[in-house]
Ligand binder design. Sequence first.
Ligand SMILES: Nc1nc2c(c(=O)[nH]1)N[C@H]1C(S)=C(S)[C@@H](COP(=O)(O)OP(=O)(O)OC[C@H]3O[C@@H](n4cnc5c(N)ncnc54)[C@H](O)[C@@H]3O)O[C@H]1N2
Ligand code: MOO
Ligand SMILES: [Mg+2]
Length: 616
Amino acid sequence: MLLAGGRGSRMGNVDKGLQPFRGATLAAHALRRLAPQVAAVTISANRNREAYAALGATVLADELPGFEGPLAGLQAGLRHCATPLLATAPCDSPFLPEDLVQRLREALLAQDADVALAVTIEADGDGAARKQPHPVFALMKTAVLPQLDAYLARSGRKMGGWHDGLKVAEVLFNDAAAFRNINTPEELQREDGAQRLQDLADGLDPHAMPVRRARQVIDGFVRPVRGVEKVALRAALGRVLAEDIISPISVPAHDNSAMDGFAFAGAQLSPDHPTRLKVIGTDFAGRPSGLHPGPGQCLRIMTGAVMPAGCDTVLAQEHAAGIEDDCVTIAPRSVRAGDNRRLKGEDLMAGHPALTAGKIVRPADLGLIASLGIAEVAVRRRLRVAFFSTGDELRSVGEPLAQGCVYDSNRYTLFGMLTRLGCELVDMGIVQDDPAALEAALRDACQSADAIVTSGGVSAGAADYTRDIMARLGDVAFWTIGMRPGRPMAFGRIGAAGHDAFLFGLPGNPVAVMVSFYFFARPALLQMMGAAAPADVLAKACSVEAIRKKPGRTEFQRGIVSIAADGRREVRLTGAQGSGILRSMTEANCIVVLSDEQGNVAPGDAVEVLMFEGLV
Ligand SMILES: Nc1nc2c(c(=O)[nH]1)N[C@H]1C(S)=C(S)[C@@H](COP(=O)(O)OP(=O)(O)OC[C@H]3O[C@@H](n4cnc5c(N)ncnc54)[C@H](O)[C@@H]3O)O[C@H]1N2
Ligand code: MOO
Ligand SMILES: [Mg+2]
C-alpha cells in the first residue's frame, strides 16, 4: 500500500503524491519501485481518487474522517488486504529500495515477527552515528489489525506508537538516501533536477556542439550534493564552506598602533612649529600601562598595542626629530592626525560575513577563520567519484604488455586530477570492451558514487559499447564537440538500484581525456561540491611561432610560457599536438586556448593561455 492520504501541509496543502516529478508524479515513481515487489498495490488516498486509480491501483479512503494521518490509511489497508502480509511505503519516496519488501519479508519470517520495518544509520548534527527507524517503510501481518484499531480508538496517532506488544523486526538498510522523501516544493525542485538534459540541449546539434554551449548544458544539469559535516579548522583546507562564516567579533577588536613609536592626540600637532611631548610610560601589545596621556604628553607604544584613551595618532620612532630623556620632538608636517592607527573592525566587523558559503578554503582563509577564534567549520561532504578505463587493449601497471596493448595511463591522470579537486575516489580499474562488464561497472558505480568518470569507448568504433549501455541506464547525451582534442563525449545522469550519479564519459585518447576533464568535468564537479563557479583566468602571451588554426572550433594546444628578454610573456608549443601524445601535457606549463573565432596565428600574435600553476 502506497500511503498518499496526507494533507500535504508542508507542500502547501497540495496532494503530494500527484506533484510532477521527473516526467511523472511522485506517486507514480514510488509505485514504479513498489509494484514489482508485491502481488497487488493499493493506494491510500483521500483526494483525487480518480488520478490515483489511473495509476492502476485500487484506491482506499480512510475510515476515520479528517486526514488523521498514515495510520488511518494503514487501518483501511489492513481491513481490505487480501494477502496475509501488507507492505507500506509513502507516496513521496521515489527512490525507495528495489529490494525493500523482499528484505523485510525475510526478516519477518526469520524472526517470526508481526511487523518488520526499515532502519538506516544516519549521522546526527555532531556527526555521530544514530539509528533512524522508518516505520512507514514496513511489512506487517494483516492479523495485527485489532491492535491498530485499539490504538486508534485510544486516539493514538504516532506511526510507530501502536507497536507496543507486537514483535517488531528491524531491518538495516545501508542506503539511507533511498528512504529520503520529498516534503517541500524546494525539495521537489531540487530533486527533480529542474530540467531534463534533452530540454537543456534543445535546438543544439549534438554532432557539432560548441564548447561554450556544452558547458552551459552541463552547468544547468548538475546539482550540488547536500551533505554537510563539521570539521576541525585545519581539516577544512581545500574543502568547500557549507555556510557563510559570520564574524562573531571585530578584528582587530580595538583601535591599535601600526608602528613602534609614540601615541598622542593628533589635535596638538602644529603645522609651523615642532611639537614637544613628554613620554609618560610605555604600552606593549597585550600589556597596556593603563596611562592616559594628557595635553603635552605621549606614550611610547609598540605595534599591535591598543591605542590609549585620548590618543588617535602614532609617530613612528624613526620619524621623531629628537628623542632625549623623557621627551620626544616631532617636526612640523612629519605626521598627520590619525596616522599609523589601525581601526577597530578594519579587517572584519562583528556580524558581517567574513567568508561566504561555496568558498574553497585556502591558507589565508584558515588564518582568517582562526583570527575569529573559530575552531570548527561546516563544509560540504566530499564528493565521491568513481572512475574506470575501458578497452581490451589496456593493461595495468605491473602486468606484462602483450602484443598490441598499451598501459592504462588515463586512470593515473584521472587519479591525479580528481585528487587535486579533493574528491573521494573509487578506482574501479579497467573494464573490458564487453557489454555485460560495462553495464555491471556502471551500475556498481551509481551505487557508490555521486559522479562517474570513464575514459574510452565514446566514439563510434565497433567495439565501443559504452554509448548504448550508458543511454540505457539513464538520461545521457552524446556529443561531438567543436574542439580539439576531446571531440567525442558522453554526459548525463544514470541510475541503478535507487541511486543515480552524474556521468562524464570522456574520450580515450590520453590528452583528450585530460582536456575534456579540465574544461567540462572539473567545473561540473566543483559545482557538485557546492563550490562557487570558478572562472578560467586567461592571460595573454605572444606566440613565438605560427599556429595553424581553423575557425569554428576551439583548440587546446599545449604550450610553454616563458619571459622573453624584453620582459614580455611569450609562449611556444610543445611540439606535436596529437591527442595520444601525453608527453605534450607533461612538458607544458599552460594550455593555449584558441577560441572558435580564432584563425591562423602569426609569429608575434597575442594568444590566450591558461597557466597550470598559480601561487596558492
Ligand atoms: N571514425 C572516427 N574515428 C574516431 C573519431 C571520429 O570522430 N570518427 N574520433 C577520434 C577521436 S577525436 C577520439 S578522442 C577517439 C575517442 O575514442 P574513444 O573514446 O572511443 O576511445 P577508444 O577508441 O577507446 O580509445 C582511443 C585511443 O586511446 C587509447 N586509450 C584508451 N584508453 C586508454 C587508457 N586508459 N590509457 C591509455 N590509452 C588509452 C586507445 O588505446 C586508443 O588508441 O576516437 C577517434 N576515432
Ligand atoms: O578527442 Mo580526440 O583526442 O580530439 O583526438
Ligand atoms: Mg576503447
